[in-house]
Unconditional design. Structure first.
Length: 263
């Protein structure tokens, strides 16, 4: 069991309740990363499901939980031969923090009937750059859990040279050796810096709604994350992320709506 497996572990209490412990190692300067929190919820959902894989997850982030004990409450909405739908709620101190609807199914290792190519090209990984280590007082512990190598123009905002477009692109893998699985993908779809940073915004950009789809089981190796946005307006922005595996397959898609960075 890896550190990530331990950090996302869900312990069954009864048919509808799981105990979890939210790990402080996935902080983004105070709040916990939304992808990490989804992975925690999905551990409980899949454990209680007759199917193996979370093929679609829609999450509403009501408020930001803190590290420590919490519970996942499940409500089975549908159980079918090919898919099951579950409502999963993350609860801490008797308060709901995240509401999700999750559909589980069992994916096979098949060749797609048809697939489009990546929305953007990435340079070779040796030409990509890493972000500087965060200052200890920043409480950005998430960075230590993963390795990311960025397409240089999309992180030029660090030097005060944003491209003016909402975009972010990077190679991704866990810092501790681990083959990617659906739970790692849940983290990966929310691992990029907010795409509005490249458009000139800064500060914490809280996610309000996030939906992601598991399209295929990923091959071992680096993942490629391609993030973009369509509109920034009235303090809101959207972000779309494609995740491609080392075999060149589209393995996850994500769209979220968030507030423009503040603070």
């Amino acid at each position: 069991m890896t550190k990530f497996d331990e950090a996302t572990q869900a312990i069954r209490v009864d048919e509808t309740t799981y105990d979890v412990c939210l790990d402080p190692g996935y902080s983004i300067g105070g709040p916990l990363n939304g992808g990490y929190l989804m992975a925690v919820l999905l551990r409980a959902v899949v454990d209680a499901s007759p199917h193996e894989h979370p093929v679609t997850t829609s999450a509403q982030f009501l408020r930001a939980p803190v590290p420590g004990p919490a519970r996942v409450r499940l409500e089975r909405i549908k159980a079918g031969r090919t898919a099951a739908m579950t409502r999963a709620t993350l609860i801490q101190n008797d308060t709901s923090f995240i509401e999700t609807l999750v559909t589980t199914a069992t994916l096979g290792d098949v060749v797609p009937d048809w697939t489009d190519g990546p929305s953007a090209a990435m340079p070779p990984i040796e030409r990509c750059v890493k972000l500087p280590d965060p200052k200890p007082e920043s409480n950005m512990t998430l960075n230590a859990q993963m390795e990311m190598a960025f397409d240089p123009p999309t992180v030029a905002w660090l030097d005060g040279r944003p491209t003016g477009r909402p975009e972010a692109r990077a190679y991704f893998r866990m810092a501790e050796p681990q083959d990617p699985d659906p739970y790692v993908l849940a983290l990966a779809v929310d691992a990029l810096p907010p795409v509005v940073f490249s458009a000139g915004a800064r500060g914490w950009a809280p996610t309000v709604d996030l939906t992601w789809h598991l399209r295929a089981l990923p091959a071992p190796g680096w993942l490629t994350l391609l993030g973009s946005g369509r509109m920034i307006s009235d303090g809101w922005f959207d972000e779309e992320v494609e995740v491609w595996d080392s075999a060149g397959r589209l393995v996850a898609q994500c769209r979220q709506l968030a507030r423009v960075g503040r603070g």
